[in-house]
Design a protein around this ligand. Structure first.
Ligand SMILES: [Fe+2]
Length: 326
């Protein structure tokens, strides 16, 4: 294990001295930096956040330990915090855990003897938690990469749809940004743009790649790609949030879309955005049986369909966003 640095927030010099000594007796701790107040702690972290753990006394001059902890959390520092409380202060300890302290220690007769073990346990658990998070992120990324490969397999079969999902995702992202949606929502829409047509992998390729307009029956088969997409993505729980968009991206604002015939606000807001992005991309791309519609003409067409096929608010944002990415 590498050597550890601990930030000790303690106003009482005697307590600080004893706690510092107890921690330094632990073989892996090579530095204990002491500050005397919550404010000093925050200032220290702003200049140097290279600590492995914070030992935070509750009873401090100025802002107390809980308030300091809230501010530490707000700044997103990635290190465990152990709250140190006086005897009989269980309510503070419980509140500290609730707002994100890793553990707490009560200043009782022999707490200094137990302190190094509590600190080492917190550090070990923090390390394991980080490893798990990294592992999960890698698995999710691998899964997304696999899905993107599947998309390119579908698109590679059809010269005319090559790059479609990528462009839809870009348009949808630009509209979401223009609508000033949260970064989480914008990301959800961007990811759904990439994966919205994944269900097409389950559609008979004779129909999917047909050279010309589809018959009524064939159209029904193609329309099942929304449900198929949900089926394919459902096992990946981390993609749960994008399922409504994948399912509803062919719904229409006036209720005449598919597969459920939802209308207006019943349709997921992300799906209402994707519907515009998807249609615009389809209009401006050539098909085997028709050429691409000129850019300005397609923009007019989207404008014309506001309130019928598309959500007017989304169209409004699209008209501004499209000028920026033209
Ligand atoms: Fe689609």
């Amino acid at each position: 294990m590498r050597s550890l640095r601990i930030l000790l927030v303690e106003d009482n010099p005697d307590h600080a001295e004893l706690a510092g000594r107890a921690l330094l007796r632990e073989a892996h701790v090579n530095e204990v930096v002491r500050v005397e107040s919550g404010q000093d702690c925050l200032e220290r972290l702003a200049n140097d956040c290279n600590f492995d753990l914070i030992l935070l006394d509750y009873d401090l001059p100025g802002i107390d330990g809980l308030e300091t902890l809230r501010k530490i959390n707000k700044n997103g520092y990635d290190m465990p915090v152990i709250m140190v409380t006086g005897h009989g202060n269980e309510a503070v300890a419980a509140e500290a855990i609730k707002i994100g302290a890793y553990d707490y220690v009560v200043k009782s007769g022999n707490y200094l003897a137990a302190l190094p073990a509590v600190v080492m346990k917190a550090l070990e658990n923090h390390r394991i938690k980080k490893e798990h998070a990294q592992l999960r992120e890698n698995i999710e990324q691998n899964y997304l990469d696999t899905l993107e490969v599947l998309i390119s397999v579908i698109e590679a079969k059809d010269f005319y749809s090559r790059g479609h999902s990528e462009r839809v995702s870009r348009y949808a992202f630009a509209i979401a940004k223009e609508m000033k949606l949260s970064s989480g929502e914008t990301e959800r829409i961007r990811a759904a743009g990439l994966l919205h047509d994944i269900g097409k992998i389950a559609i008979d390729k004779q129909i999917l790649l047909k050279n010309g307009p589809l018959s009524g029956e064939e159209r029904k088969v193609v329309q099942t790609h929304c449900k198929c997409g949900v089926k394919i993505l459902k096992p990946a729980t981390f993609l749960g949030e994008i399922l409504p968009i994948v399912h509803q991206h062919h719904e229409r604002f006036d209720g005449k879309g598919y597969p459920q015939g939802l209308k207006g606000d019943e349709i997921d807001p992300g799906a209402r955005i994707l519907a515009v992005a998807d249609s615009f991309e389809a209009m401006t791309s050539a098909r085997s049986y028709r050429s691409a519609m000129p850019f300005e003409e397609a923009v007019d067409e989207i404008r014309r369909r506001a309130g019928t096929q598309f959500d007017p608010e989304v169209v409004e944002a699209f008209l501004i966003a499209i000028k920026k990415i033209k």
